[in-house]
Design a protein around this ligand. Structure first.
Ligand code: CUA
Length: 342
């Protein structure tokens, strides 16, 4: 139906605009519900409890608001003889006193129980330590039984079905660790260790973010969360614990030589080589990560080379300087070497 063709042009257009706005809001709300970084698409653990708390509070709040608004309109517009009961003692005692007392007495314990249940250490959980840095994430998997410890960065890989206890702290300023699909936020405070336990219930790739303003590049401080089946997780873990592999071809060997000569090893560690800097991210298996720059770019030779040459232009304020003096050929070799560290 062509609304524009109605005899009254303006209402027609208005209606079209309203319909479009409603469709847009609808589409927006639907797209906002699912995804790799959405608290409305819980993928396990505490996120589901928090989700239901949100749903109950929101829907309950809306229903009560509608009820009160309805009563208010009724009190204003209904004929006096029909709205007399609104001012009766009974209405006030039941509606104004008993109802809020009962509702709030239920909601408060419910909220407190959710809070308690989302803060429980679980025996047998996989321990992971995450340190917030300006503006990236240092991730350490401590030794467990015969499995060796190792560090990585900007990527949290977890097994599906096993609880994970993340111990968080910060190296410089306060950050906040948040994986919306798995649970609530937790502050990362220098000198203090906070813990968060969650269980990933379905495999997939999710996204975590820093949820506390921490400086210039706060908005570009994200990380990937990869939930793997237990066997795939063990394979990944064994691979990460190994030292870096040697370059397979002369071109990559040249990249490693440039990495050494450029002094990259004074900030970055590549286990198995002389590079042992502790200041920046561990690069031993940087090629196996999905993204670089704390979740900013897909990981490939091009983005690695661009990052090295132009760090301060891409993410001004990070601790790594731009290495603009490398030639294109050098950057290809360097990027190629880093990408080969899988
Ligand atoms: Cu780190 Cu915001």
């Amino acid at each position: 139906m062509d609304l524009e063709a109605t005899p009254h042009g303006l209402p027609g257009r208005l209606r079209t605009a309203t319909a479009r706005a409603a469709a847009f809001a609808c589409a927006l709300s639907l797209t906002g519900c699912s995804g790799v970084q959405s608290a409305l698409d819980p993928a396990g653990g505490d996120a589901l409890r928090i989700y239901w708390l949100t749903v109950i509070m929101t829907v309950g709040g809306i229903l009560i608001f509608l009820l009160v608004t309805g009563l208010l309109l009724y009190a204003i517009f209904a004929p006096p003889e029909r709205r007399a009961w609104l001012g009766s003692r009974k209405t006030i005692v039941y509606g104004g006193l008993a109802f809020p007392i009962v509702v709030l007495s239920c909601l408060l314990p419910y909220g407190l129980i959710v809070m308690r249940d989302t803060d429980v250490p679980v025996a047998g959980a996989l321990p992971v330590e995450v340190v917030g840095e300006q503006y990236w994430w240092r991730v350490k998997y401590p030794a467990e039984q015969e499995r060796a410890e190792f560090s990585t960065a900007n990527e949290l890989v977890v097994p599906v079905g096993r609880p994970v206890t993340v111990s968080v702290t910060a190296a410089d300023v306060i950050h906040s660790f948040w994986i919306p699909n798995f649970g609530g936020k937790i502050d990362m405070i220098p000198g203090r260790i906070n813990r968060l336990t969650f269980t990933a219930e379905r495999p997939g790739i999710y996204r975590g973010v820093c949820a506390e303003f921490c400086g210039d590049q706060h908005a570009r401080m994200a990380f990937d969360v990869v939930a793997l089946e237990p066997a795939a997780f063990e394979t990944w873990r064994a691979g990460q614990a190994r030292p870096a592999q040697d370059p397979a071809i002369p071109f990559l060997a040249r990249g490693r030589e440039l990495f050494r000569a450029g002094g990259c090893g004074s900030c970055h560690v590549v286990r198995g080589t002389e590079a042992n800097g502790q200041f920046g991210p561990d690069l031993t298996h940087v090629g196996s990560r999905r993204t670089i720059g704390a979740g900013q770019f897909p990981n490939n030779v091009g983005t690695l080379a661009g990052w090295i040459a132009n760090t301060q232009h891409i993410k001004p304020g990070v601790r790594m300087p731009s290495y603009g003096s490398f030639t294109g050929e050098d950057l290809r070799a360097l990027g190629g070497y880093l990408e080969s560290l899988r």
